[in-house]
Design a binder for this molecule. Structure first.
Ligand code: BG6
Ligand code: MG
Length: 216
């Protein structure tokens, strides 16, 4: 890995295990709508926007609804989700994340967040992570959902670096594709079987430091 100047992190499922709360809140909504929704179905929701997630669920149930009802349902899911994440504390940061973030500061690497979530600021503040980032691009700042590269390109722009100088950490298939579409080096966090398109996959941050990454 050469000439890396910046790292862009996805939030949900990379820095904190909020993916399980998204799943629980969507599952609750799916049950209300009598739609079967499994953990496997949930993989398709990772990284995509709130509205698109709802569309995927409605599609699973062959259900079509008018726009106003859809907005209400998405809002309902978000209220349940926010209830779950209101209990987050810095203890919920995934193992190894803090020491990895610190290891990047030694090399003056710039850090950005690149998340589809409109709840990003709430979560970062709960976890005391906000100050690690030089730029935060979240769901309130993008109009095109992953796999569109917009969120990561905006991150690179805000940090004043080229896409080719960025590494992206992602746990979602759509997010890995977005990073590749942005022309960035993508490291998957999770399973190699799911994140097939990533340049490299780790199961988590426990074994990674920025010094080790430079060897790849
Ligand atoms: C992504 C999650 O980070 O944010 C998705 O992986 C989620 O599952 C999306 O749908 C939007 O999040 P929010 O918090 O704005 O509903
Ligand atoms: Mg994610």
């Amino acid at each position: 890995m050469h000439n890396i100047k910046a790292i862009i992190f996805d939030l949900d499922g990379v820095l904190v295990d909020t993916a399980k709360y998204h799943y629980l809140a969507w599952k609750q909504l799916a049950e209300e709508l009598n739609i079967k929704f499994s953990l496997q179905d949930n993989e398709r929701l990772k990284g995509v926007s709130r509205m698109q997630s709802l569309e995927i669920i409605l599609d699973l149930g062959n259900m079509t609804l008018d726009p106003a009802t859809k907005i209400n349902l998405a809002e309902k899911k978000n209220i349940w989700y926010v209830e779950y994440i209101s209990k987050l504390t810095p203890d919920d940061i995934l193992p190894g994340v803090i020491s990895f973030l610190k290891s990047t500061k030694v090399d003056s690497i710039k850090l950005a967040l690149g998340s589809a979530s409109k709840n990003s600021m709430l979560i970062l503040n709960k976890l005391n992570l906000t100050d690690y980032f030089d730029a935060i691009i979240d769901g309130t700042k993008v109009s095109k959902a992953k796999p569109d590269p917009e969120v990561f390109l905006k991150g690179a722009e805000a940090l004043n670096v080229l896409p080719s100088e960025c590494i992206v950490f992602e746990d979602a298939e759509a997010g890995v594709e977005a990073a590749i579409n942005a022309g960035m080096y993508c490291i998957g966090i999770g399973s190699k079987n799911i994140l097939k398109k990533a340049h490299l996959v780790f199961s988590g941050f426990s074994d990674i430091t920025f010094d080790k990454l430079k060897l790849y």
